[in-house]
Design a protein around this ligand. Structure first.
Ligand SMILES: [Fe+2]
Ligand SMILES: [Fe+2]
Length: 256
């Protein structure tokens, strides 16, 4: 087979697919942020000029990406659960476990939201990202607990029966040691008045990977209603310090 008749390579087929996907957006070009490329091991930046040249007559997407589930004009937390959180079973199982254990609503909410950073956005430092997203809308204790679970989950607490998760040995290897910034965070959290709230996230976390457990977002709508201050303008449009994060989730392929 010579160069002109060979079957398309995997990367050529990916290019074709991309082209088609762009086409499906009709008049608009969806762009990838640098972070999306970094995730593929590439330090790459889409040049606006080059993309315009490759898509004559089109403009860049500056709003909703038609490939993604639509969000209402004034989206709520529940809307994001349904349209943007790629996985909710773990969050719901963790919150269900806390609820059945008789934990206060604050703790149930913290469990429900503890991994929204990773479910919607990014893995690295997901506790910090998640805490920042919810900070303007929840009791300070809840966002503090979500932030600190990032560090606490790596450290046992025999006083409440929390052991280093065996799953982490499986996931990261037996020789993984948390970095110094995580150790320092743990030490700060250990003596904090809300330590136990965050510890309760980790306690409910490790038991919450049952694929057969029956969970339902509807069970938490009232708790969210009482404990998450939904902005009347909708998440993303209320000028809060984290509104931009919700907008970015809403429109991840906007050009700017
Ligand atoms: Fe987590
Ligand atoms: Fe978790």
């Amino acid at each position: 087979m010579n160069e002109h008749t060979r079957a398309p390579s995997v990367s050529e087929r990916a290019d074709e697919l991309e082209e088609r996907m762009m086409h499906e957006l009709s008049e608009r070009i969806a762009t990838r942020s640098t972070l999306f490329y970094l995730g593929d091991g590439k330090v790459q930046f889409d040049s606006g000029e080059a993309l315009l040249a490759a898509n004559p007559g089109k403009h860049f997407l500056m709003g909703a990406d038609p490939r993604l589930p639509p969000l209402p004009k004034k989206p709520t937390l529940i809307d994001f659960f349904k349209a943007r959180f790629a996985t909710t079973a773990h969050l719901l199982q963790s919150a269900t476990h806390a609820l059945k254990g008789g934990q206060p609503e604050k703790v149930v909410l913290a469990c429900l939201l503890h991994d929204i950073g990773v479910a919607s956005f990014i893995r690295c430092d997901h506790g910090y990202w998640g805490a920042q997203m919810i900070e303007p809308y929840v009791d300070e204790e809840v966002s503090w607990a979500v932030r600190m679970h990032q560090a606490l989950r790596f450290f046992p607490d025999p006083s409440v029966g929390y052991e280093y998760p065996q799953m982490y040995v499986k996931l990261f290897g037996a020789d993984y040691k948390p970095e110094p910034y995580i150790v320092a965070e743990y030490e700060r959290a250990r003596n904090h008045k809300w330590y136990m709230t965050s510890r309760l996230i980790t306690l409910n976390d490790i038991y919450s990977f049952d694929p057969n457990a029956k969970v339902d977002l509807d069970d938490f709508v009232d708790i969210v209603g009482r404990n998450f201050k939904e902005p009347k303008e909708g998440l993303g449009f209320d000028n809060s310090p984290s509104a931009h994060m919700w907008r970015t989730l809403m429109w991840p392929t906007r050009f700017l």
